[in-house]
Design a protein around this ligand. Structure first.
Ligand SMILES: [Mg+2]
Length: 421
């Protein structure tokens, strides 16, 4: 029997479930949510899945079916989904000793020290449904990879009723026996193929594979960690980001105080540019932008804290778009006559770029936009940081002293652990 378990809480058909909160008449009815411009189905309830509606199915192809079968069809409403996500995460943080938000609809919870993890999880699941109206599944196991697997099983099994606890090797092995290697968290399609060529078809085959060295050689240290996680050994510790950041913040204390809105905009444009580059590097898009600036609280001069944030309707990783939003936020919140000492920008509420690839042609981030950003990144990677930058970042070192600081390799960049939206 394992102790110190980790739970993965995952909202079922999250976008659809958000829509259902305000449409109780849609309970047990098929619901789908379409991508931007109503292109493809990006979320489906079980009832919609049963009708054969595939993930990513173009709407024009399923329109007739939807009409005939009375499928409730929604366009995306990200500000709603963000808000509901926020409520779910806040409830989790209130009820659980430690929470690691993994995505808009998923979070790991630390269950070490919880006497009866199964009862705790069932209670938590009921609480989320009663308070927020979102159905969740919870998978519990000694490691993150296993808890992801437990969650997947919990979603499919009627008997489990949304909670699966794998706390012994016997249960773990039964679960891994039923898991295809490509369905294991973190194993992409390319890796799955390589694994199959080694005779690893199911997750259990990876766990029992005799040659750790070969796994390491073919799949790097990550592959080996994956195997260890299946063996019940924690390799992706709690609150240590596995792959991607959940938010990116860039901030800096100015060498000299900044008084003008123009200088502040330049500073924040630089921070946004850095953050957006990192966002694209990890192939994510963001749905929230915030900016801040503050005066020196150690001085007896007048004090002001400027803050502005915006939730976006369309996820983006486009630097120019993000700079525009930041400027609007500064225009709304800037106050003249203060001596600003520090400023920063944060982007958060990330989505995977892949989730949006089906939608590249819509107005959110057009293909041309994406290409432009790619080209700029490629040139800057090759020729040096900010060889090409937005004019909003300023043109010379004279404009304000901070520009000199930008050349230093160390920005005061802090990586947050959780969504804070
Ligand atoms: Mg989900």
């Amino acid at each position: 029997m394992y102790k110190n378990l980790i739970g993965l809480v995952d909202c079922n058909s999250f976008y659809c479930s958000c829509e259902r909160i305000f449409r109780p008449d849609l309970k047990n009815k098929p619901v789908i949510v379409l991508s931007n411009n109503d292109g493809c189905a990006i979320a489906r309830t079980n009832e919609a899945k049963t009708l054969g509606i595939e993930m990513g199915a173009p709407y024009f192809k399923i329109k007739n079916l939807c009409e005939k079968k009375n499928v409730a069809v929604f366009s995306t409403n990200f500000s709603l989904y963000n808000n509901i996500s926020d409520r779910v995460m806040r409830l989790l943080k209130k009820e659980c000793p430690e929470v690691e938000v993994y995505s808009v609809d998923e979070a790991f919870i630390d269950l070490s020290g919880i006497h009866n993890p199964e009862a705790f999880s069932r209670n938590l699941k009921d609480l989320i449904y009663k308070n927020i109206g979102i159905p969740v599944s919870i998978g519990v196991a000694p490691t993150k990879v296993l808890s992801k697997d437990a969650n997947k099983i919990g979603k499919k099994s009627k008997k489990a009723n949304g909670v699966v606890v794998l706390d012994s090797n016997r249960y773990i092995d039964i679960a891994l026996e039923r898991t295809k290697i490509e369905d294991l968290w973190g194993v992409g399609r390319a890796n799955a193929e390589k694994m199959r060529s080694l005779g690893i078809k199911k997750a259990i085959d990876l766990k029992t594979y005799q040659n750790d060295k070969q796994i390491r050689k073919v799949f790097s240290i990550l592959g080996l960690r994956m195997k260890k996680e299946l063996e019940g050994i924690k390799c992706f510790p709690f609150n240590e980001l596995i792959v991607k950041k959940k938010e990116i913040m860039c901030s800096r204390t100015f060498g000299d105080s900044v008084f003008s809105i123009i200088d502040l905009k330049r500073a924040i444009s630089n921070y946004i540019s850095n953050a957006a580059k990192k966002l694209r590097d990890q192939e994510s898009k963001c749905l929230k932008v915030s900016v801040f600036a503050r005066t020196n609280s150690f001085k007896s001069t007048p004090q002001y804290y400027m803050y502005g944030e915006r939730i976006l309707t369309n996820p983006t990783s486009n630097t120019l778009k993000l700079i525009n939003i930041a400027h609007e936020l500064i225009d709304l919140n800037f106050r003249d006559g203060f001596e600003y000492k520090k400023a920063g920008a944060k982007i958060s509420s990330f989505m995977d770029q892949q989730e949006y690839q089906i939608d590249l042609l819509d107005e959110a981030d057009t293909l041309a936009n994406e290409k432009l950003m790619k080209a700029i990144d490629a040139i800057n990677d090759r020729e040096g940081e900010k060889t090409i930058k937005s004019l909003a970042c300023g043109t010379d070192d004279q404009a304000w002293k901070m520009n000199r600081n930008f050349k230093s390799p160390r920005y005061t960049t802090s990586w947050g652990e959780l969504f804070l939206f």
